[in-house]
Write a protein of this length. Structure first.
Length: 523
């Protein structure tokens, strides 16, 4: 079948109950970005390259087993393409015009919701034209999902760009089982209540049968928002949503902490050429005693400035020496058309320049700064090369980098410094916990990490790795899909067991969850 995913959005209401809105797919994933990239060869011929990050690796077996489709935007303006098959997954592109990208994606998603949901670290913009565009595009995605899904199908909607889709989709297709997963934090009510459209967002999400969050605290924040904005009865993890002329619907809102394809990171790290590359990286840095590493999208939520401040002060106070300690900072380009991100880049690069100007020597650079994206193999080599991993986010839904570092360290070495404001902190308690706002505390943690004896490092890393290897992304998706399945008839639930996750032994995975959902859109 070739469902047309982007019929005129204004036809949504007319389409309700329309039998034409039926597709062939039993399992449908809806995300802002497709899990494939459009690449053009030397002759200008376009083709699609799968970019399987953790999520697609986890969902691929379910997709294949259950006739799955993936709905999302192709990453470029005005890409109005027919659905196609790619590596066993049916891809349904949703087009966005340049104006829609500006208003729905860069505007409402990345300049309203993103800062609001991350503790207003930056000031959110509230603009009615952005909101109107968000509603319109959510409708378009909902229509595409309605058109693709078979009778009684399961639809799993991903992330904050699509919070209205569950309700819109339920109105179009009451027969579907709908899940939603929020990859970023859900803010406390005092912050969420600033949003002029807070009720619409809550109602949008409540269209789902299961709403998944990264942390228990996020699920709690959502339930509190429901209580403040509606009269629905909530009893953790259930929310009773009244239905006109019928029994109420029971929605589940709870934490499903996301993870990574842990085994594939370990397998990559065990490859001799990656270990050789790690050695080469250290040599290139002048073989300092300690290599510290930060890997982040260049985003104001990641606390990159806080980490630079702590590092710069330690150098200035002579508590560390540039000959002994180097900080490698990978700041991958992100949302480069959003003003707050342009300003952040200027600030970070100014700080890096100052620290390097003040402290670097001819043979040793204080901060090795890289504003690039790297292939996954290079990331793993960096993880292996780093004695200390710095995760200093001011607020982060999960933070996969922290988990990737642990998964890669099969040698049970390396120290993870981890912000308590990440979802990962809930699980990785044997890391060195920091509050990134406490610069003195952060400096102490850096010194503690640098001087930690091998035995302590090994004991901590062993425990961190156990956690990350046991709770991988396959377990995450299985647990979510089973919970979703359990909201349906038992017979259907029985079919929903997710088969073994296929690892990626060749390590050809280049981009990750983030890059699919978000970062690639910047290109
Ligand atoms: C959102 C939430 C949540 C980064 N640079 C490169 C590269 N990366 C990869 C990392 C990691 C991913 O991007 C970033 O994931 P994070 O979890 O650290 O952060 P966000 O991008 O903000 O992701 C977050 C996540 O969604 C999943 O739910 O954990 O809280 O904000 O995998 O390795 N990968 C490659 N080259 C790079 O240069 N290959």
């Amino acid at each position: 079948m070739n469902a047309t995913p982007h019929s005129n959005p204004s036809t949504t209401e007319q389409a309700v109950g329309d039998s034409a809105l039926r597709g062939d797919y039993e399992f449908v994933v809806v995300s802002n970005r497709l899990p494939v990239d459009r690449v053009t060869d030397a002759d200008g011929n376009p083709s699609w390259k799968q970019s399987p990050g953790g999520l697609v690796t986890a969902l691929e077996p379910v997709m294949r087993q259950r006739d799955g489709a993936w709905i999302g935007w192709g990453g470029q303006p005005d890409l109005d393409l027919e659905p196609f098959d790619n590596d066993g997954i049916h891809i349904i592109p949703v087009p966005l015009s340049a104006d829609e990208i500006e208003n729905y994606y860069e505007g409402f998603s990345n300049d309203t919701l993103w800062p609001l949901y991350h503790d207003v670290i930056a000031a959110p913009g509230f603009h009615r034209v952005w909101w109107d565009s968000y509603v319109l595009i959510n409708k378009r995605f909902a229509e595409a999902a309605a058109a693709a899904s078979s009778e009684g199908a399961i639809v799993w909607v991903q992330d904050y760009q699509l919070q209205l889709v569950p309700k819109m989709l339920r109105e179009l297709r009451p027969d579907l089982t709908i899940g939603f997963f929020n990859h970023i934090p859900f803010p406390p009510y005092g912050i969420f209540s600033q949003l002029p459209w807070r009720l619409q967002i809550v109602e949008g999400l409540l269209g789902a049968d299961v709403i998944g969050f990264q942390r228990v605290a996020d699920a709690g924040n959502f339930s509190r928002a429901v209580r403040r904005l509606t009269s629905h009865v909530t009893k953790n993890p259930h929310i009773e949503v009244p239905v006109e002329n019928g029994p109420s619907r029971r929605v589940i809102a709870k934490a499903f902490p996301i993870s990574i394809d842990s085994q594939s990171y370990e397998e990559l790290a065990r490859q001799p050429h990656i270990q050789a590359r790690a050695k080469e990286i250290r040599e290139g840095l002048g073989n300092p005693k300690t290599v510290m590493l930060g890997v982040d999208r260049l985003d104001y939520t990641k606390g990159i400035g806080h980490r630079l401040k702590a590092f710069g002060e330690l150098l200035a106070e002579g508590r560390i020496d540039v000959e002994d300690v180097t900080l490698v900072q990978v700041a991958s380009p992100s949302r480069e058309r959003v003003t707050a991100y342009m300003q952040l880049r200027d600030e970070i690069e100014l700080t890096v320049g100052r620290i390097n100007g003040d402290f670097s020597t001819m043979s040793h650079t204080a901060i090795s700064y890289h504003h690039h994206g790297y292939p996954r193999e290079e990331m793993v080599a960096l993880y292996l090369a780093a004695d200390v991993m710095l995760v200093t986010a001011l607020r982060d839904g999960m933070n996969l980098v922290a988990k990737e570092y642990c998964a890669a360290r099969f040698d049970n070495d390396g120290v993870l410094i981890l912000s308590e404001f990440t979802g990962a902190w809930d699980e990785l308690k044997r890391s060195l916990r920091i509050n990134p706002h406490d610069i003195d505390g952060l400096k102490d943690a850096i010194l503690q990490a640098i001087s930690m004896p091998r035995r302590d490092r090994a004991a901590r890393m062993r425990s961190l790795r156990k956690r990350v290897l046991e709770n991988d992304v396959a377990k995450w998706s299985t647990s979510f899909i089973e919970t979703l399945g359990a909201t349906r008839a038992p017979a259907v639930h029985a079919e929903l067991v997710v088969p073994e996750l296929d690892a990626d032994p060749l390590g050809e995975l280049e981009w990750t969850v983030d890059l699919r959902f978000d970062r690639k859109a910047d290109k």
